[in-house]
Structures are given as structure tokens and as C-alpha cells.
Design a protein around this ligand. Structure first.
Ligand code: NAP
Length: 255
């Protein structure tokens, strides 16, 4: 099990595993509830879970497009549900794992985040979800100014992981081909997972960024994101519609 691997590699025996499906809002709520019931403090939240888009548009149990649900909405709800604890535990940090793939979304229709009207594509869904990770970080950092909770996003680099491998098993030939090519790229040019984790670790623990919030990083350095990802008005609108989409209750708004 992963917990055993972490324990034997680090010597830390206090490793807990909990179940979470970021694509299922009920699962996110149950997971957050468990944390709030057992933990007195929370200093670091890394929203890392992610998937590449499915072959054809699929929806989550809540009717949200599955890539958006997994990569964005789940993290949005989870962060909000844990926000009071993060604020109480300040100094604390939220890290949202995005991707350079966000650069490929040149415009976003806030009223059609779930590809109900516009045509669906696996890469479009992935790219948009990664753009949302950055916009979410931008708006949240504004809301948390002065609270001692820092929130940043990042591109981990090209990392040799399983992310494109899973979709290579799909039936559709174009997606198979794209994923196969992406797989070759990450295998040939990709960093190993240890290197790929460095920017996340930097944002989680480095003193250099203890006062930095609302920024986008790569290779442990602040870098520019797309113009769209820096648009404060879009970030605000995205936040407002996301609250509705994940059915965040007024009593759960801790910012
Ligand atoms: N690899 C790259 O080159 C690259 C580049 C840019 C950004 N990223 C980002 O880096 C992050 C990590 O991806 P990776 O490359 O490490 O891919 P990966 O090896 O496929 O890992 C993805 C992780 O997300 C988890 N996950 C997927 N769907 C989930 C769900 N519905 N609920 C809970 N957990 C879920 C997976 O858990 P299971 O194993 O249990 O399914 C796995 O631990 C993602 O956000 C990805 O977008 C990766």
C-alpha cells in the first residue's frame, strides 16, 4: 500500500489514508467532514488529483463534465469546506496543481463550463480545467488577503507518470494516437516523479514563498500564466458560478 511505502521511505509512522473521489461532490463532502472531525490543524493542502479528458463527454454523479469535476470542481469544493480550518491553522498554504496546458484555452464561456453547448474535446476539457485551477487560485488569494493563508498554482513540468497512459486504452483512434504521442513525449522528455514534485514541495514548505500568494510557478520559480489566467474579472465570475455548481451553502463560505 502507498501508506506502507511512505512510512518505510520516510520513517514517519503517522501516515493516514482516506478515501476521496474528487469527481463526486458527496465524496468530497464526506472526506472534508472526516478531516474536520479528526484534525485540529491543517497547514498544507495540495490539490493534485487530475485526469486527462475522456474519449467522449461524460458527466459526474452531479451532472458536471467529468474532467472539470475531477480536476477543478472537486478541488474548489474541498478547499472551501476546509477553509475555516486552514485559516484557524495559519500560517497555512494551498497549492493547486495546474498545467502549461492551460495556455491552449484562449477564451472561456463561464456559462458553459461543462461543455453542454460548445463541442467537447478531451484536450479542451483538460486545458480548461487547468485554466480554472489558476483562476481559482487568483480569486481565492484575493479573498484570503491578510488571513495568513497563501494560495498558489503551478505547472509541474513534463513528468513521466500514468496520466496519458490510462486514456491510451480508449477506443477512439484519434485519442489513442494523441495519448500515445503524449506518452512518448513524457517518457522521453519527462522528469521522474521525484523531480516533478519539486515545485509542489517548494510551494508547500519553502520560506522563500511564505508571503507569496496568487502566483503561478514552474521549476520552483514564479512565471507568467496566460492573459486569460490573470483576468481578475473572469476569476471572480468563475468563483461565483462555481459556488452555484458545487452547491456551496452560505454557512460554508469561510472567506
Ligand atoms: N504528468 C505531467 O506531465 C503533468 C503535466 C502538467 C500537469 N500535471 C498535473 O499533475 C497532477 C498529477 O498528475 P500525474 O501526472 O501525477 O498523473 P497520474 O499519475 O495519472 O496521477 C493522477 C493522480 O490523481 C488521482 N485521481 C485521478 N482522478 C481522481 C479522482 N476522481 N479522485 C481522486 N483522485 C483522483 C489518481 O489517483 P488513482 O491513481 O487512485 O486513480 C492519481 O493519484 C494532475 O493534476 C495533472 O493535471 C501533470
Amino acid at each position: 500500500m502507498v501508506a506502507d511505502e511512505i512510512m518505510s521511505a520516510t520513517g514517519n509512522k503517522e501516515v493516514l489514508v482516506r478515501k476521496l473521489d474528487t469527481a463526486d461532490l458527496q465524496s468530497v463532502r464526506s472526506f472534508a467532514q472526516g478531516i474536520l472531525e479528526t484534525e485540529e490543524a491543517l497547514h498544507i493542502l495540495v490539490n493534485n488529483a487530475g485526469m486527462y479528458g475522456t474519449e467522449e463527454r461524460e458527466v459526474s454523479p452531479d451532472g458536471l463534465e467529468i474532467t472539470m469535476a475531477t480536476n477543478y470542481y472537486g478541488h474548489f469544493l474541498l478547499t472551501n469546506l476546509l477553509l475555516e480550518l486552514l485559516k484557524k491553522s495559519a500560517p497555512s498554504r494551498i497549492i493547486n496543481v495546474s498545467s502549461a496546458a492551460h495556455l491552449f484555452t484562449r477564451n472561456i464561456n463561464i456559462k458553459d463550463l461543462n461543455f453542454e453547448k460548445k463541442s467537447y474535446g478531451a484536450f479542451s476539457a483538460y486545458s480548461q480545467s487547468k485554466l480554472c485551477n489558476i483562476l481559482f487560485s487568483l480569486e481565492l488569494s484575493k479573498k484570503l488577503r491578510g488571513s495568513g493563508v497563501m494560495v498558489n498554482s503551478l505547472h509541474p513540468g513534463t513528468v513521466s507518470t500514468e496520466i496519458f497512459l490510462k486514456e491510451e486504452r480508449t477506443r477512439s483512434l484519434p485519442i489513442k494516437v494523441i495519448c500515445h504521442l503524449l506518452n512518448i513525449i513524457v517518457k522521453v522528455a519527462g522528469k521522474d516523479s521525484e523531480l516533478g514534485a519539486q515545485t509542489i514541495i517548494h510551494l508547500a514548505v519553502s520560506e522563500k514563498v511564505e508571503q507569496v500568494s496568487g502566483k503561478y510557478f514552474e521549476d520552483c520559480k514564479e512565471v507568467g500564466s496566460s492573459w486569460l489566467a490573470q483576468d481578475k474579472a473572469v476569476a471572480k465570475s468563475l468563483w461565483e458560478i462555481s459556488e452555484v455548481d458545487v452547491q456551496l451553502r452560505p454557512s460554508e463560505m469561510y472567506y
